[in-house]
Design a protein around this ligand. Sequence first.
Ligand code: TXA
Ligand code: MG
Length: 326
Amino acid sequence: MVTTAGAAREPVSAATPTGVVTPIESAVDVALDALSRGGLVAIPTETVYGLAGDAANERAVARIFAAKGRPADHPLIVHIAAATELERWAASVPPAAARLAATCWPGPLTVLVPKAAHVLDAVTGGRDTVGLRVPAHPLTLELLTRFGGAVAAPSANRFGRVSPTSAEHVRHDLGDLVDVVLDGGPCPVGVESTIVDCTTDPPQVLRPGGIADEEIAALLDGDLAEASGPSRAAGMLGSHYAPECRVELAESAAQADALARARTAEGLRVDVIDATSDLAAYARWLYAWLRAADDRHLDVIVAVLPPPAGLGHAIRDRLIKAAATR
Ligand code: TXA
Ligand code: MG
């Protein structure tokens, strides 16, 4: 595995002792080379790190599923460089998808649209829809633009576990299963993209994420429904995002405190997560905190649920799934 830091992204030249100028590869050059050869590259995004492979390369896509230990019927999101690429990957672009993409991209939004004929069944799990998104990270946007194609990328964690929000998390989870880690620093949003199924009328939010449901509803003039039907079944598991330690939920700081005291009295090692006063920070650090609980060999993490509004929708969703019976 090669780790290539974003700081070195501008190509520079170095004079060798013979006076010949040799270009030194930038981080993006190294990642681009791996992608073009069908390799796997961990890409930074504003939400979480993705495990990316050429979306048009059957073997690269198969390697993604193998590295994650992910069932084949869980489709992958296709990451594109710009909204203008939508039409290349969609058989048709529903008006809701066009409107959301125009406002939210690059950003933490994935739209489900009817897939173009060339989109591999391996990417969509045999479905006739494809999830598309333009991630907001300068290194990954540069990579996608220079690549010219698109990358299929799930979160770069082992199946069912906590998503990675730093290059270090990816190295810890996937080690040499990934060819290149493009280190773009910690992910500023910290929870995955909001997934909106634009193939139904009205559209549905399948997964709350970095863009609040309220914002999506406003952009669609309120024409948005609760998730139901077949799209919802694709990989939306009850248990997900789970650390090794047990996660227990509280509705208030006082309730969390009482629960933590009770577990401590049982002889368990316990800590409390509560950033309800700053939901952006809660989302940004949530996965790092869950991972830290395992590093510290805690038995129980008690997490205070934020109210279901704004980023609170996504944080609640992840915590409830982290706490679900496995
Ligand atoms: O923020 C994100 O979305 C991150 C970054 C890397 O872009 N990606 C991510 O991918 O979270 P993943 O694979 O961990 O989660 C994508 C979810 C899965 O539950 C998958 O089943 C669902 O999206 N999905 C993808 N394509 C779909 C489709 N065509 N129909 C229904 N669900 C789909
Ligand atoms: Mg994931």
